[in-house]
Design a protein around this ligand. Structure first.
Ligand code: AQP
Length: 336
């Protein structure tokens, strides 16, 4: 792949567990479209995964599963760079440099840090959890990203990357474009089916609230039929009906119809029939991806080849940008 004048897109996915419907509708689906118009860097965020305890054997498997899932969803390694974050040297170096310019208070105020730290309760909380957004800023800036397509939960983190780009450029001269976040027009925050006040999440201890792309048809239907709604009868998206609002946004995201249109179509229908329609749409979108994934997940040599190729392109770009950064801040280049 030759370097181009296209906009640079950077985004990532944590190999903490299986990929779910929220990841797909909030992020991956737009990556598939955007890869046509951009030079895209998609990385498996295995260093980010270390912010919480991981089983080493499972981490390796999950990282390669994520690669297989990206391919199954339609990310094309002939058009995009797919790689493992930990295999490209420079992310952690740039994170250190940027971390020295980041106010601790800004990190302590991050919603995701507060949320994940509070969920740990009395358990060990590593400094990496606090530092996560700085590493994410480095992931983005080290490729000179213009565009960062993510779900709504990453809004604050992309904002920090923008702040740090502006701060660095102001202090040392232009090294980074200021990246723009891209959020999908709907489904930027898909909620848990069991607790619609929290986002659908890989690590949710209640797995019935999360539809995984690898779930079989029966499981997808079962999870959607069991989705928490309310005791009313109206199929309407409103603040007092968060479960119904979530199902409506999911159906809208899957089928492309506006929520208002769906409210009219399903006016007078029962919750059961409506849930069946959501399940049908989910099965139609997810099950073909799950089948492709099942065919790819054991092709380890193919998956390793994909990340080997992706790493080469990513390392070239990272080396170039990190060298410019080092020079600007006065670090002596190696070999001089
Ligand atoms: N519920 C969601 N709705 C819409 N988008 C979502 N994303 C995550 N959850 C939702 C987006 O998916 C991309 C990849 O996510 P990730 O794996 O890097 O992020 P995450 O926030 O760690 O995902 P989880 O599912 O919540 O994992 P755990 O449980 O490990 O913390 C990102 O663009 C993210 O915005």
């Amino acid at each position: 792949m030759t370097p181009s004048k296209k906009k640079v897109l950077v985004t990532g996915l944590q190999p903490t567990a299986g990929i779910h419907l929220g990841n797909y509708l909030g992020a991956i689906r737009s990556w598939v479209t955007l890869q046509e118009q951009t030079e895209s860097f998609f990385f498996i965020a295995d260093l980010h995964a270390l912010t919480l305890p991981q089983d080493p054997k499972q981490l390796r498997t999950k990282a390669l599963d994520c690669v297989a899932m990206l391919l199954a969803c339609g990310i094309n390694p002939k058009k995009s760079h797919i790689f493992l974050q930990s295999q490209v040297y420079g992310h952690a170096d740039l994170a250190w440099i940027l971390g020295c310019m980041t106010p601790i208070g800004q990190l302590e105020r991050m919603t995701q840090f507060k949320d994940k730290a509070s969920r740990r309760g009395e358990d060990f909380i590593g400094a990496g959890l606090l530092y996560y957004p700085v590493l994410m800023a480095a992931d983005i800036l080290i490729y000179g990203a213009n565009l960062v397509p993510v779900g709504d939960d990453q809004r604050q983190h992309v904002e920090l990357a923008r702040d740090l780009a502006v701060r660095f450029n102001g202090l040392h001269g232009n090294a980074f474009p200021v990246p723009e976040a891209f959020f999908p027009p709907n489904c930027a925050r898909v909620m848990s089916l069991q607790n619609p006040s929290t986002k659908m999440s890989k690590s949710d201890p209640n797995q019935s609230g999360t539809v995984f792309l690898s779930d079989d048809e029966e499981t997808v239907r079962k999870k959607i039929r069991a989705a928490v709604t309310d005791s009313g009868k109206e199929i309407r998206a409103s603040a007092d009906k968060p479960g119904m609002a979530n199902l409506l946004q999911i159906l809208s995201g899957l089928g492309g119809r506006k929520i208002a249109e769906l409210e009219t179509i399903y006016c007078g229908s029962t919750y059961g029939k409506f849930k069946d329609a959501v399940a049908d749409a989910a099965v139609e979108a997810i099950c073909p991806i799950g089948k492709k994934f099942a065919g790819l997940k054991d092709q380890e040599s193919t998956l390793l080849e994909v990340v080997r190729e992706g790493r080469k392109a990513a390392q070239l770009r990272a080396d170039e940008i990190l060298a410019a950064v080092r020079e600007k801040i006065g670090l002596v280049a190696a070999g001089i």
